[in-house]
Design a protein around this ligand. Structure first.
Ligand SMILES: *[C@@H]1O[C@H](CO)[C@@H](O)[C@H](O)[C@H]1NC(C)=O
Ligand SMILES: *[C@@H]1O[C@H](CO)[C@@H](O)[C@H](O)[C@H]1NC(C)=O
Ligand SMILES: *[C@@H]1O[C@H](CO)[C@@H](O)[C@H](O)[C@H]1NC(C)=O
Ligand SMILES: *[C@@H]1O[C@H](CO)[C@@H](O)[C@H](O)[C@H]1NC(C)=O
Ligand SMILES: *[C@@H]1O[C@H](CO)[C@@H](O)[C@H](O)[C@H]1NC(C)=O
Ligand SMILES: *[C@@H]1O[C@H](CO)[C@@H](O)[C@H](O)[C@H]1NC(C)=O
Length: 384
């Protein structure tokens, strides 16, 4: 086992950012999940699930990149009813556009997106409020809301298998925030659907939410995760070994416990000053002052403590099994193709590509221990 000593601390380089050029439009039409309604693969409001799919070409024909959208969770009846009713596409597919612009690492431009441009690329909208884990047969008897995220995941995978994913040579399951959590939860399940010899890995962005025991303390996360278990019936999607050992199943939604039971390679990409992590593990004001750069010393200290707790909670497994890239830029979600170079001349895209294709295995932590503003690198603080 590698120890924390394998973690490479890298000096932050002050480099002139190259502005990524915006490629021309790459509009991809919507695909409706086959038999979604009869399979129960429906959103909170009962509408059938959907995804956006662009077929792989040439050498990418048997390579698959699947991105799971994020967007928090709904964790009680009121919360989920309001998502289903007023949440736009976060609780329904009825407002989805007929086509979607594929950018960043879903782009089909080979110069801009050399690793994935010709793969089968899929964007899965998030309309279940449970990180694709809900699995309750009957609609809510008070609100008529359906809790079926896990069935959406399964039916979507069935569709993709029937489109040729059963022949995958390379595959990557990825997602951001609540979609990043779904990526970790479903990583082994995804792996099992694909051929034994395939290269299958998972890339959760902005989703390593720490179970915080010292600071104000995971109030929101524990509440939210309890809601997933109790309302959405999510426990069935978690590793049984974990849920049988932990004092309550919802703790297995924290990546630091969950990933101990995941055997597929996972690359964790995150900011150590993640705004959601700070807002929900500390206080709302801590996130506000961080972005406004006017925190008091006490606030700065709490934010630093949370950063160390995150670093502490990171997996200790071999870098080939657990890649790590932790930047110090203030952000929540961030683009794959940022021009930020955290190590030498390498961007996130370069480093991840090395890890995915087995050229190098790295666990990288930005040595800037202070929060950075990285807008010039395309990493923009989220408006919360
Ligand atoms: C692809 O992206 C590159 C770099 O962003 C850009 O210069 C080029 O014009 C794009 N090519 C096409 C065909 O869109
Ligand atoms: C990308 O896809 C669009 C269609 O969505 C197409 O018009 C364009 O030519 C493609 N670009 C490349 C570089 O293949
Ligand atoms: C959808 O249902 C039809 C009719 O029951 C069936 O023939 C078809 O195989 C199903 N497709 C999928 C992908 O489940
Ligand atoms: C409950 O939702 C289903 C769709 O999921 C719909 O067909 C039905 O009419 C709804 N019932 C009520 C009472 O709103
Ligand atoms: C439902 O959850 C939201 C947070 O997502 C919370 O603000 C609200 O108070 C909760 N409502 C009930 C009735 O528990
Ligand atoms: C609604 O469902 C809850 C939980 O499943 C159950 O305890 C309750 O009895 C049900 N209420 C009605 C009116 O069916």
């Amino acid at each position: 086992m590698a120890t924390i000593a394998t973690v490479i601390l890298v000096l932050g380089f002050i480099l002139t950012p190259l502005h990524a050029q915006t490629p021309p439009p790459n509009n991809v039409p919507i695909s409706w999940v086959q038999n979604a309604t009869s399979k129960g693969a429906v959103c909170l409001d009962g509408t059938p699930s959907a995804y956006y799919f662009q077929q792989g070409q040439g050498k990418g024909a048997n390579k698959w990149l699947i991105f799971l959208q994020g967007g928090g969770w709904c964790v009680n009846q009121t919360d989920c009813l309001s998502r289903a009713t007023y949440g736009g596409s976060s609780g329904s597919t009825k407002n989805l556009r007929q086509s979607m612009e594929f950018g960043d690492f879903l782009s089909n431009n080979s110069t801009y997106n050399p690793d994935f441009y010709n793969w089968n690329r899929i964007y899965v909208p998030y309309c279940d409020g449970s990180s694709f884990t809900g699995d309750v047969e009957a609609p809510d008897n008070l609100t008529n809301v359906t809790y079926r995220g896990a069935r959406i995941f399964k039916a979507t995978m069935d569709d993709l298998l029937s489109r040729g994913m059963n022949f995958a040579q390379n595959a990557l399951l990825t997602g951001s925030s609540a979609g990043g959590l779904a990526t970790m939860i479903h990583c082994d399940r995804f792996r099992e659907l694909l051929p034994l010899f395939a290269r299958v890995k998972c890339l959760p962005f902005a989703a390593y939410f720490v179970h915080e025991k010292n600071l104000p303390g995971s109030r929101y996360f524990e509440l939210a995760f309890d809601g997933l278990i109790n309302l959405h019936g999510s426990a069935g999607m978690l590793p049984p070994l974990c849920t049988s050992i932990m004092s309550k199943p919802s703790l297995c939604l924290f990546p630091q416990y969950l990933l101990q039971y995941v055997t597929t390679p996972v690359f964790i990409a995150m900011s150590s000053f993640d705004q959601i992590q700070i807002k929900w593990n500390l206080f709302r004001e801590d996130e506000v002052c961080l972005v406004g750069q006017n925190c008091t010393n006490d606030q700065k200290e709490a934010i630093q403590e949370l950063r160390y707790d995150l670093l502490d909670a990171l997996p200790k497994a071999l870098p080939s099994l657990r890649g790590i890239w932790i930047m110090s830029c203030i952000a929540h979600e961030f683009p794959y193709h940022s021009t930020l170079k955290v190590i030498g001349e390498k961007t996130f895209a370069d480093i991840f590509s090395d890890w995915y294709f087995d050229y190098t295995y790295l666990q990288i932590i930005d040595a800037n221990t202070d929060p950075r503003i990285c807008s010039t690198y395309g990493i923009i603080p989220k408006k919360l």
